[in-house]
Design a protein around this ligand. Structure first.
Ligand code: HEC
Ligand SMILES: [Cu+2]
Length: 373
């Protein structure tokens, strides 16, 4: 926790980026100024020719209108070579210049530098997971400042698209393929503030939940953050695990599960412990007609309620809660045993959490960023 306080204090010095215009958010990566120049340049050319053509058109319409008693002219010129050459060659030169500057930046954007810091990105319906070379994962993207960062991206289900408007980068994530995107952000972001990152490929009901932040940290703080990410679960004492780690992990489940009984994409966790533990609701049926009580208990498919819950998190498709689809992604490799202990502990003590937000009522929510390892 102490490293995190240090991070917050140091990052306070950083300002939120400025330079936004009516058209574009603040250019916050090294390639953004080039992209903006191409965009603004093409816009300016369009305005110029729009004005020129409209003014001339109106002027000619008025000037050469057919006057009363006047016959149409029969000897109008059919060709004018110098004029036609000019209006073919000038636009040609303009589009060649546009192509040149656009293609130059496009190549630059599609070629990640060799020394780039690689973050693996996985998109699922409906969330992002960012995995760092140390094995740590996070829900928001954290990157070092002043260093090229390459995102190696894949989708676990349908088409998604990763868009970071402030960085002027966007790339599709296609199931069964890897795609790359890179950027370099030199300006650290202030603490508590991040660049928007979202999915721009309509991918279903929860599409609008795929909004995340990008935090740019000075390199030393980034390294400290990574170390902390790798250890945060281990540093929490066992008896505090469920209320300190639970809410941070629940943040990852919240888009589909509520604590207050509201049905979402998945069933609410309200009453879940009673349901799996032979209490109220244990007679409810799964999609295949079996009941909780029928599969959980000594000698049954799951000897303990914990076994059932653990399996629901790692192999979500194996029992489908009645009335729900097979929409939950597996958290295999994303939540370790300690994280699953924390979630199960949370389900056993739902009274200790705010039913709307999932925040712990036993202590102020820790400020540390979310991590799954
Ligand atoms: C994209 C939506 C989604 C997310 C995110 C999600 N789940 Fe689920 N979850 C579901 C759905 C849908 C079901 C019901 C179908 C099934 O049983 O697989 C479900 C069922 C469950 C069940 C069984 C519930 C019961 O009443 O028997 C558990 C336990 C569970 N999820 C835990 C989690 C945990 C823990 C997380 C976060 C780490 C999480 N889920 C994230 C959609 C989601
Ligand atoms: Cu998406």
């Amino acid at each position: 926790m102490s490293t995190h306080l240090a991070i917050s204090a140091a990052s306070l010095a950083a300002d939120a980026p400025s330079g936004a215009t009516a058209w574009l958010p603040p250019p916050s990566s090294t390639i953004a100024p080039g992209v903006d120049m191409v965009f603004n340049g093409i816009n300016a050319v369009c305005y110029f020719f729009f004005a020129l053509i409209m003014v001339l058109m109106v002027y000619f319409v008025v000037k050469y209108r057919v006057r009363k008693g006047q016959a149409f002219r029969s000897d109008a010129p059919l060709h004018h070579l110098p004029l036609e050459t000019t209006w073919a060659v000038v636009p040609l030169l303009i589009v060649v210049v546009m192509f040149y500057v656009g293609f130059r930046d496009y190549l630059n954007m599609s070629t990640p530098p060799k020394n780039a810091y690689v973050v693996k990105v996985t998109a699922v319906k409906w969330g992002w997971s960012f995995q760092y070379p140390t094995g740590a994962t996070s829900d928001d993207l954290y990157v070092p400042a002043g260093r090229p960062v390459q995102l190696t991206m894949r989708s676990s289900d349908v088409l998604h698209s990763c868009y970071i408007p402030d960085f002027r980068v966007k790339k599709d994530l296609v199931p069964g393929r890897y795609s790359h995107l890179w950027f370099q952000a030199d300006q650290p972001t202030p603490s508590g503030w991040g660049h928007n990152l979202f999915c721009t490929e309509y991918c279903g009901t929860g599409h609008s939940n795929m909004n995340r932040k990008v935090h740019v940290l000075p390199e030393a703080e980034f390294d400290a953050w990574l170390v902390e990410q790798g250890q945060w679960l281990d540093k929490i004492p066992d008896e505090e695990l469920y209320f300190r780690a639970g809410p941070k992990i629940f943040a990852r489940c919240q888009q589909c599960h509520s604590l207050d009984g509201t049905k979402g994409i998945g069933p609410s966790w309200k009453g879940i412990w009673a349901r799996v533990n032979g209490g109220e609701g244990s007679g409810e049926k799964f999609a295949d007609g079996t009941t909780y009580a029928g599969i959980i208990g000594p000698g049954k498919k799951y000897a303990t309620p914990e076994d059932y819950l653990r399996n629901s998190i790692l192999n979500p498709g194996s029992e489908l809660v009645g009335g729900y689809g097979n929409a939950m992604p597996s958290f295999k490799g994303q939540l370790n045993d300690r994280a699953i202990d924390a979630v199960i502990g949370m389900m056993q003590h739902l009274d200790d959490f705010d039913p709307k937000t999932g925040a712990s009522l036993k202590e102020a929510p820790p400020a540390a960023p979310l991590s799954m390892k």
